[in-house]
Write a protein that binds this ligand. Structure first.
Ligand code: ZN
Length: 159
């Protein structure tokens, strides 16, 4: 594929997730909740997670928020692949995604739909938009339940 084909493909997928998100809303019940903010673009995101009984596996992920197509599509794609993942696996995926945005990694076959976000790495100003949802997920998983309920995390200091 030529570069412009790749670009078209990723724009198409991103626009589709942006216009028709599959995972918008809030989980019931809410076991983890985290707000995230990307000041450089103005994107905000509120993630909710439902865990299994032992609290080590993600059963459902939903998001609400406002922002650009890349931030919203990235959240929807992330929610798509996180169901059924253990928390450890999810944290590894956070790292992998951030490496992918630096052009240093991609996802294996079963999570390959995330690779469509690789296109964003060509546009450095949008990388924070794509990373926001993963950054917020990490905070949600690392913070025990309600401690951070009303606090925004910010990815301003992120690379
Ligand atoms: Zn954005």
């Amino acid at each position: 594929m030529t570069l412009s084909n790749v670009r078209d493909l990723y724009q198409q997928v991103i626009l589709e997730h942006y216009k028709k998100p599959k995972h918008k809303g809030k989980t019931t019940p809410v076991h983890r909740y985290q707000k995230g903010h990307n000041p450089s673009c103005g994107d905000t995101i509120e993630l909710t997670l439902r865990l299994n009984e032992t609290g080590d596996t993600i059963e459902d992920v939903k998001f609400e928020g406002e922002g650009c197509a890349i931030a919203m599509a990235s959240a929807d794609l992330m929610a798509d692949v996180l169901r059924g993942k253990q928390i450890d696996e999810a944290l590894e995926m956070v790292q992998r995604f951030q490496s992918m945005m630096k052009g240093q990694a991609e996802f294996p076959k079963e999570q390959r739909k995330l690779n469509v976000m690789q296109g964003v790495a060509q546009f450095p100003v949008r990388i924070k938009c794509a990373n926001l949802t993963w950054h917020t997920l990490k905070a949600a998983l690392e913070t025990a339940s309600s401690a951070s309920l009303e606090e925004f995390i910010s990815n301003e200091k992120d690379d």
